[in-house]
Design a protein around this ligand. Structure first.
Ligand SMILES: *[C@@H]1O[C@H](CO)[C@@H](O)[C@H](O)[C@H]1NC(C)=O
Ligand SMILES: *[C@@H]1O[C@H](CO)[C@@H](O)[C@H](O)[C@H]1NC(C)=O
Ligand SMILES: *[C@@H]1O[C@H](CO)[C@@H](O)[C@H](O)[C@H]1NC(C)=O
Ligand SMILES: *[C@@H]1O[C@H](CO)[C@@H](O)[C@H](O)[C@H]1NC(C)=O
Ligand SMILES: *[C@@H]1O[C@H](CO)[C@@H](O)[C@H](O)[C@H]1NC(C)=O
Length: 435
């Protein structure tokens, strides 16, 4: 009898304690949610349409919880301003610089399939047209032109780009669009006008015989596609593209592709050997000094890349959920994993076509090592530069591009031996995106 009594009391006390703890826990979690909501309204935006769709259940929930009501209002406000966010059409801009493997990475999107309209380096024409007699461009003027052309192209409007084509298209027909064949979208049946004998097209389609490019057809085809992607190595500052994000017709995602500047320089020294004759002689102990102009250019490039990345990684409001940084070295070593991550970031389906392209092009290849070749043994390629770049030149890059190397996690080398020691990786493991 007494035992029974004791058990009941213990049971009752236990119940009281559990109830109290529960209260404390729920009060603490209330505080936590209240504290977090002011800082994270945007991070919730992805769910806004889901919550709002369930109109009935969310209103009844909100009756019970004022914090929830507040959050819901916020989401409604946000989704009103950013109606576009819930739309499916994505506009991908792959931003890189030369010799960073951007043709290769661009293929990830070029191969996506029926739903993708992909353009390869359309800004080539803009840069060419704006190049001054001194060989450079007026950066301010160029940035504005790049931005405006990109915006129009994302809307499938080629008219501004046409004004930069040389020769000017007649009736929107051109034989001169740079690397047309690198955009499978521009060689599809629907964009392929009848072949005309005797008309020379430098950048002709390889998959089928087409006549000159009819940009009206290209635009019509573009409008039919769900997603649009453009690759460019010409944009200098990410910030100049802010108006694209602010255009309510677009849902832009930036992928910035970077690569070890030492590897980039090594690659340039092979591709443009004549330009770097002085560097090589100097590195071999000759007394021809390194051209100051070249060092300035190298520094300018490194600084631009770093500043764009710093803005992106800081995740200001306008770039939230819109910026991803990818290192070429990671793509080369883990192509499938990185491609999956990139597709997850864009919100576009990762199709079997992309997967099989990656499998085919990152494994045994018969080496078609043209200068712009995308087909190579990618994990081997990553380290190759260490054996072709003279240590003295690696030191120059480290001096000029130090903060850039640091930001992206590329290890400095302190000796010739370290440079060529394959057992030392120069790529630190680094996670850049917190998505
Ligand atoms: C959602 O709820 C609001 C007010 O509670 C109501 O005015 C509106 O008609 C509802 N919408 C739908 C789609 O049920
Ligand atoms: C929603 O927007 C309205 C008007 O723009 C504003 O008065 C209100 O405070 C906003 N609500 C929240 C929760 O941000
Ligand atoms: C560059 O272009 C901008 C606007 O297009 C112009 O205002 C500026 O004077 C130009 N700068 C130089 C150095 O030519
Ligand atoms: C280009 O394509 C458009 C749309 O299909 C067509 O109307 C036009 O006639 C074509 N131009 C030429 C010169 O074939
Ligand atoms: C690719 O390169 C890696 C690293 O050098 C090497 O281990 C691998 O055997 C190469 N694969 C092929 C198919 O050449």
């Amino acid at each position: 009898m007494r035992i029974k009594y004791t058990i009941s009391i213990v049971f009752f006390v236990a119940l009281v304690i559990i109830e109290k703890e529960n209260n404390i826990i729920s009060r603490v979690s209330d505080k936590l949610t209240l504290k977090q909501t002011p800082q994270t309204p945007l991070q919730l935006s992805g769910f806004s349409h889901i919550l709002l769709k369930h109109n009935g259940s969310s209103t009844s929930l909100s009756k019970m919880d004022p914090a929830f009501l507040q959050m819901k209002q916020r989401l409604e406000n946000y989704s009103e301003h950013q109606e576009v966010m819930t739309r499916a059409r994505k506009h991908i801009l792959l931003l890189a610089t030369t010799r960073t493997g951007s043709s290769f990475v661009g293929e990830f999107f070029n191969q996506q399939g029926e739903n993708m309209f992909y353009l390869f380096e359309p800004l080539w024409h803009v840069e060419k047209m704006l190049t001054l007699e001194t060989g450079g461009t007026n950066a301010t003027a160029a940035a504005k032109a790049y931005r405006d052309v990109l915006k129009q192209l994302f809307l499938c409007d080629f008219s501004l780009l046409e004004s930069f084509l040389d020769p000017l298209p007649v009736d929107h027909i051109t034989t001169a669009l740079f690397r047309r064949e690198s955009s499978s979208s521009l060689c599809e049946e629907s964009v392929c006008s009848p072949f005309i004998k005797g008309v020379f097209e430098r950048y002709h389609c390889r998959t089928r015989r087409c006549g000159p490019l009819n940009l009206t057809m290209a635009s019509e085809s573009c409008l039919q596609k769900e997603h649009r992607a453009i690759k460019s190595v010409r944009v200098r500052q990410l910030e100049t593209l802010r108006p694209l994000v602010e255009d309510p017709r677009l849902d832009v995602k930036f992928i910035q592709l970077v690569r070890d500047p030492r590897a980039v320089l090594a690659s340039r020294m092979v591709a443009f050997a004549a330009k770097y004759k002085n560097w090589k002689q100097w590195a071999m102990g000759g007394d021809v000094p390194i051209d100051d102009e070249e060092v300035r250019k190298l520094k300018g490039n490194c600084d631009n890349i770093r500043m764009s990345a710093e803005i992106g990684l800081r995740q200001p409001l306008w770039l939230r959920r819109r910026y991803m940084l990818v290192r070429y070295e990671d793509i080369a070593r883990f192509p499938m994993r990185k491609a999956t991550e990139m597709y997850r970031f864009t919100g576009i389906p990762f199709t079997p076509q992309v997967k099989s392209w990656i499998l085919k092009n990152t494994q045994a290849s018969k080496e078609t090592s043209g200068v712009y070749s995308t087909q190579k043994n990618s994990s081997q390629q990553v380290e190759k530069w260490r054996f072709s770049l003279p240590f003295k030149i690696a030191q120059v890059v480290q001096k000029v591009c130090g903060p850039t190397l640091k930001l992206f996690g590329y290890k400095f080398v302190s000796s010739e031996e370290m440079l060529t020691d394959k057992s030392v990786s120069l790529i630190e493991d680094k996670v850049f995106n917190f998505l």
